[in-house]
Design a protein around this ligand. Sequence first.
Ligand SMILES: Nc1nc2c(ncn2[C@@H]2O[C@H](COP(=O)(O)OP(=O)(O)OP(=O)(O)O)[C@@H](O)[C@H]2O)c(=O)[nH]1
Ligand SMILES: [Mg+2]
Length: 418
Amino acid sequence: MHMFHENKEEKEYVILVAVDCANDKNDYTVYDVDSSLDELAELADTAGAEVVGRVIQRLQHFNPTTYIGSGKIDELKTMIYATGATGIITDDELSPSQMHNLSQALDIKVMDRTMLILDIFAAHARSAEGKMQVELAQLEYRLSRLTGKGTSMSRLGGGIGTRGPGEKKLEQDRRVIRKRVSQLKHEIKEMSAHRDITRAGREKGRIPVFAIVGYTNVGKSTLLNALTGAEILAEDKLFATLDTTTRVFEYSRTTGKQKILLTDTVGFIRKLPHNLIDAFRSTLEEAKYADYIIHVVDASSPDRLAEMKVVYNTLDELGITGKKVITFFNKIDRILGEDMRMGLFDIRAIDYISISAKNKQGLEKIPLTIDKLLREDRKLIERVFGYNEMSKVSEIKKNGEVIEEEYRDDGIYIKAYV
Ligand SMILES: Nc1nc2c(ncn2[C@@H]2O[C@H](COP(=O)(O)OP(=O)(O)OP(=O)(O)O)[C@@H](O)[C@H]2O)c(=O)[nH]1
Ligand SMILES: [Mg+2]
C-alpha cells in the first residue's frame, strides 16, 4: 500500500490543501496553518513527493462533504491544470465521503495527512514488530473506508454505487482484512508480552531507566548516539526511528561511576493518526516503563512551543504522567545570540539545559543534571555498618552513590544517597 515507494520512477507532484479554522493567532502554543503546511511539506518530502503548490481556505468549519468549499475546488482545479500536479494532500484526515467526493470533483488522486504518515511509517519500519504495527494501522484505515463508516451512502440505503458485484467483492475484502487484522493484533500482543518479561528482568537490576522522548526530527537518536556510541540511523527525515533502542550510558563522577539506561523512542507529531497510536501503542508507550523522561526539544524550531505542547499532550494521552522530566534544548548551535536562548525554559521540567547533540556541545552538563534528578529520589544516609553487614555495604555501592567511606574500628562509616 505504499503511495510513493513502490515505483521510484513515478514521482508524485502534489498540491497541499488546508482549511484554516481561525484559531487564536496570538497563541504561540498552537500551530498556525502555515507552519502546519510547512510540516506537511516536510512529510511529503520525506515520502518522496514534490510539492508544487499550496491552497489554504479560511473557514469556520471544515466542509462536511468536500473538506474545502466549492469555490476553492474550482481554484484548485485551475492550479492542478497549471502545475501538472498528480495528487493533492489535505492537512487533516478526511472522512471516507470527503475523500470520495473530492476525488470525484477533482479527478485526481486525493490523499490526507494520515495516509502520508502511514506511508512514511511503512517505508521506515525495520523490525518485524514495527512492520506488523504499520500493516495493522494501514488495514484498519482501509477497513474504515471499505465499510463506509460515516459515509452518506450507507445512510441512503441503496442506489447507484451501492449495489452489484462491487459490493460483493468489498464484502470478501472485508472478511480477508478482518482476519488479517485479528491475526496481527494477536501477534503484536505476544511480542509486547515478551517485552514485558525483558523489562521485568531489567527491573531487578535497578539501573534507572530514562526514556528520550520528543517531537520528530529534534535529534533524539543523535543524542543517544553521541552519549553511548549507539549506531542508530539519524537523519533529516521525519520518523527516522520507529523501533525503540536501549543503551547503557555510564559516566564517572568523583564519588564513583553511575550507570543509567537510555531508551530512544518514536517521535511525536501533531495530528498523529489514531490508527497509528492504537497500532503502535506498545512502542509509543515505551516511556511508561521508564523511571524518568528526557524531553528533547529542537530549540531552533520556530514552532518550539507548539511542539512541546504536542509532546506533553501525547504523553498525557498515552497515560504517561507523573514522571519527572528533564528537558534538553537541542540544536543550540543553530541559535545565534543570547536573546534567543533566554526564552528557553520548560515549566513541566525539573531542570533544563541547552546542548548540541550533533556538535557534542554541552553534553558534559548531562551527568550533573541526571545526578541531581537521581538524588532527589534518593535518601541521604549516614551511618556505621558493622563488619557483619558487608552485604548491605556492597548493595549500597552497587546501586547507590557513596559520598564518603571510612574504615573504622567498629565498622565502615558510609555517607551515601540510596
Ligand atoms: N544543527 C544541528 N542538527 C542536529 C542536532 N542534533 C541533531 N541534528 C540533526 O537533526 C536531524 C534529525 O536528527 P535525529 O537524531 O534523526 O532526530 P530524531 O529526533 O531521532 O528524529 P525521528 O527519529 O525521525 O523522530 C538530523 O539531520 C541530525 O543531524 C544539533 O544539535 N544541531
Ligand atoms: Mg530518531
